[in-house]
Design a protein around this ligand. Structure first.
Ligand code: ZN
Length: 216
């Protein structure tokens, strides 16, 4: 039996350059996996933030939110989704954008993070979650922690001068406290990048007038 040559042709080898077959080496060379500095943003972080912004634009809700869950070791998107009514519930724009009974509508919405975690399943463990549209709320934080997400990249909850006791800002703050206690990394998205993404995808902006950021 003659020895077969498994050497890759040059054009294929070039494609794999920088992507070591050894998973340990792969982990060490990850673009985002070794990012332990919460304020440090890699080029890939920026790309995933922009991707989450694009996905947010698919939501028909008044508050458009997108979430992307990424495996930092494999550098692969595991799942992505946006907020809206659950599957098989009519989601006509008029139903999602009604302002008369906002509370009732909100009670029927699945948040982008929740939706994405359901798609990711067990693969969410050890992943990073990118959220664009609204700060992460406490309900989503609980699920992200429990699913084994190691790092969250999102906008921090900002105080609304006109509404110092806003419920969603409080829930956003609680989310950060939970991440901190659970040892989940949190990287705030710079306002400049957020502004760029909101503009590029024409996303609705949480304003003080509308206020009550409809959560994530
Ligand atoms: Zn939420």
């Amino acid at each position: 039996m003659t020895q077969q040559d498994f050497t890759l042709p040059d054009h294929q080898a070039e494609l794999l350059e920088g992507f070591p077959a050894d998973p340990h080496k792969r982990q060490n060379s990850s673009h985002v996996g070794n990012n332990t500095n919460p304020k440090h943003f890699t080029r890939w972080d920026e790309r995933y933030v922009k991707l989450a912004g694009h996905i947010a634009s698919w939501s028909k809700d008044t508050a458009q939110v997108g979430c992307v869950i990424v495996n930092p070791t494999l550098r692969r998107v595991v799942a992505f989704s946006f907020n809206g009514f659950p599957a098989n519930i009519p989601d006509h724009v008029s139903l999602l954008q009604q302002r008369e009974n906002k509370k009732k509508k909100l009670a029927q919405i699945i948040h982008a993070e929740q939706n994405t975690l359901l798609y990711a399943g067990r693969e969410a463990r050890g992943c990073h979650a990118y959220v664009v549209g609204r700060p992460v709320c406490n309900s989503c934080a609980i699920l992200l922690i429990q699913a084994g997400i190691e790092r969250v990249v999102a906008a921090p909850p900002l105080p609304i001068p006109e509404k110092p006791d806003d419920e969603w800002v409080e829930r956003g703050r609680l989310a950060l406290t939970l991440f901190n206690k659970a040892g989940v990394g949190f990287s705030p998205i710079a306002q400049k990048l957020l502004d760029e993404v909101f503009e590029d995808y024409n996303l609705d902006r949480p304003t003080a007038v509308e206020s009550a950021p409809v959560c994530c």
